[in-house]
Design a protein around this ligand. Structure first.
Ligand SMILES: [Zn+2]
Length: 84
């Protein structure tokens, strides 16, 4: 998951909009498996871009994002001091 974020295949920031959508239309961008009509999928919107996730994959992505974001924040704000 983190490798995909690092490679730019998955967004590295929280989405602008999040919708529950009917599955079965598109593949999950995280695990590349098809979504199924039996389960809702999560559509993550960034402007004109849309990313479809399985709900489970969305949760994993968000967790990976938070982990990566904190690493980024540490490196970016290193000279400004870290939050305690
Ligand atoms: Zn998935």
């Amino acid at each position: 998951m983190r490798a995909k974020i690092a490679a730019g295949e998955l967004p590295s920031t929280d989405c602008d909009t999040t919708h529950l959508v009917i599955g079965g239309l598109e593949r999950c961008v995280a695990c590349e498996q098809p979504t199924t009509p039996a389960n809702p999928a999560i559509e993550c919107g960034y402007g004109h871009d849309r990313y479809i996730f399985h709900p489970d994959c969305y949760v994993m992505w968000e967790e990976a994002l938070r982990g990566d974001a904190s690493i980024d924040r540490i490196s970016q704000t290193h000279s400004e001091g870290l939050p305690s």
